[in-house]
Design a protein around this ligand. Structure first.
Ligand code: UDP
Length: 485
């Protein structure tokens, strides 16, 4: 039924946490489904992608011109790498100016193909506005997000109902969604706590959410069996097809700077016993505060456990500046960890999937980004959650309350957290406690569920992907019939 070598155009938002799952999906569509895939992005991100994509793949990379001036962004900004979190709304607003260039780019592609439109245009959850352009050229449009069903369902409801729902309570109820019925004030993203709405909130409400309704459907990097409750709620509220096609993972990355880091981490992990190392990372763009960093370091040292920690300058410092261990960590910490071979500090970026797939890894202290979660569970690794922003709070809630593979250690960027509390959670998950055994068992069950979902022909994610592609193909056939008549 599926026709091969049709072109699929993909357009992620300019952030690593968005580009990575898009690239993983692009590789899947190109290598397994044999489509021609074109990824569109701004010149800087395309350049980065060029050095990231595996040598043997033939994904096309297409630059779209971008001018960030006039949006309060540092000159030359093209992605979230070099800006603080509060400027993400500005980047999002600036990205709306890409509409005419994107239309022109699709026009040129269609012309090149003798009037044949792409089979589908898959764009970021922030770029629902591309649906209008896709439809103009007779192409199917889908939104793709690296979020999970539960997280996006909670977040979607809150975006639509807050801050105007904020009354005198510190708990919020989500109607018809008993599993998420009580969301505590501390589980609200900062943008949702601003009573008259933050800048990001208004871009979302005006320019992002309404556009979802014009798309033909939503692809999520999740697994039906793991995330059914949230998916059902989201489908009910959005009234659109939602295909859970996960996990789409980049297994072996050829990150330019990461080749030596990968070797370093793998060699280090090879010297450690099975199930003995804690991996700590806060995702692609989050950092923790300087006091939190101190507390975490003290807890790690006191735990006596092995660890790999991806360190970045704390909140408030330029993320790209040099990491100052002498200022931000306890005195002599880095040397002691190095000498005792107990801890490996990786600066800025680590080969996460390779680390999580190593048999020495026992648990993952994570900010609860959905990509990190799905990567962890794909390898049967339980988590310690420290959600920071957005839907991470609800991701951690799902993992802890429903799937049973996580304990939350702290919440947010400015919460009160003592090293004694962090230590307790580390010991609970890394020692041979009943809780640890139970979490590991459940994480392995989640891994099996994920493996089943991607089994040829019968896995739920494989079926969902085929359903989505068939829907796009059907649309194309209808469009062609209309042209003939
Ligand atoms: N990542 C990585 N190395 C790092 C930090 C992050 O490879 O040092 C990757 C990670 O594997 C995941 C993505 O960056 O694929 C982070 O996505 P997630 O949804 O977990 O969090 P976000 O960055 O969007 O907050």
């Amino acid at each position: 039924m599926l026709r091969r070598k049709e072109n699929i155009v993909m357009f992620p938002f300019m952030a690593q946490g968005h580009i990575i799952p898009f690239l993983a999906l692009a590789l899947q569509l190109e290598q397994i489904k044999k489509y021609t895939v074109t990824i569109v992005n701004t010149p800087l991100n395309i350049n980065k992608l060029r050095s990231t994509i595996p040598i043997n793949c033939s994904i096309h990379l297409l630059e779209i011109p971008f001018d960030c001036s006039g949006y309060g962004l540092p000159p030359g900004t093209e992605n979230t790498d070099s800006i603080p979190n509060h400027l993400i709304a500005n980047l999002l607003r600036a990205s709306l100016s890409l509409k005419p260039s994107f239309r022109k780019l699709i026009y040129d592609l269609v012309k090149e193909q003798n009037g044949h439109p792409p089979l589908c245009i898959i764009t970021d959850i922030f770029f629902g506005w591309c649906s209008e352009i896709a439809h103009e050229f007779g192409a199917f449009h889908a939104i793709f997000s690296g979020s999970g069903g539960f997280g996006i369902a909670c977040h979607y409801y809150l975006w639509l109902n807050l801050p105007h729902q904020m009354k005198n309570s510190d708990e919020f109820t989500v109607p018809d969604f008993p599993e998420a019925s009580k969301i505590h004030e501390t589980q609200l993203a900062e943008n949702l706590r601003v009573v008259n709405g933050s800048d990001l909130y208004s871009v979302f409400l005006q320019n992002v959410l309404p556009e979802w309704m014009n798309s033909d459907g939503i692809l999520l990097n999740t697994v039906e069996e793991l995330d059914r409750v949230g998916l059902e709620y989201f489908r009910l509220k959005i009234g659109k097809p939602v295909w859970s096609i996960g996990p789409v993972l980049l297994s072996k990355r050829s990150q330019d700077q990461a080749a030596t880091t990968t070797e370093l981490c793998e060699n280090w992990l090879d010297t450690k016993p099975v199930n003995s190392v804690l991996y700590i990372s806060f995702g692609s763009q989050n950092a923790i505060s300087a006091p939190h960093m101190m507390e975490l370091a003290v807890a790690l040292e006191a735990s006596g456990k092995n660890f790999i920690w991806v360190v970045r300058p704390p909140i408030g410092f330029d993320i790209n500046m040099e990491f100052k261990a002498t200022e931000w960590l306890p005195e002599g910490f880095e040397e002691r960890m190095k000498d005792s071979k107990r801890g490996l500090l990786v600066h800025k970026w680590a080969p996460q999937v390779e680390i999580l797939s190593h048999k020495s890894i026992s648990a993952f202290l994570s900010h609860g980004g959905w990509n990190s979660i799905i990567e962890s569970l794909s390898h049967g690794v339980p988590l310690i959650g420290w959600p920071m922003a957005g839907e991470q709070f609800y991701n951690v809630m799902l993992l802890e309350e429903q799937i049973g593979v996580c304990v939350e250690v702290a919440r947010g960027k400015s919460c009160e957290v003592r090293h004694e509390d962090i230590l307790k959670k580390i010991m609970l998950v890394m020692d041979e406690t009943e809780k640890a055994k139970e979490m590991r068992k459940k994480a392995l069950e989640a891994r099996d569920m994920i493996m089943d979902a991607v089994k040829d022909f019968k896995g739920s994610s494989v079926k969902a992907m085929d359903e989505f592609l068939n829907a796009a193909l059907l649309r194309q056939e209808e469009a062609m019939r209309q042209v003939i008549h």
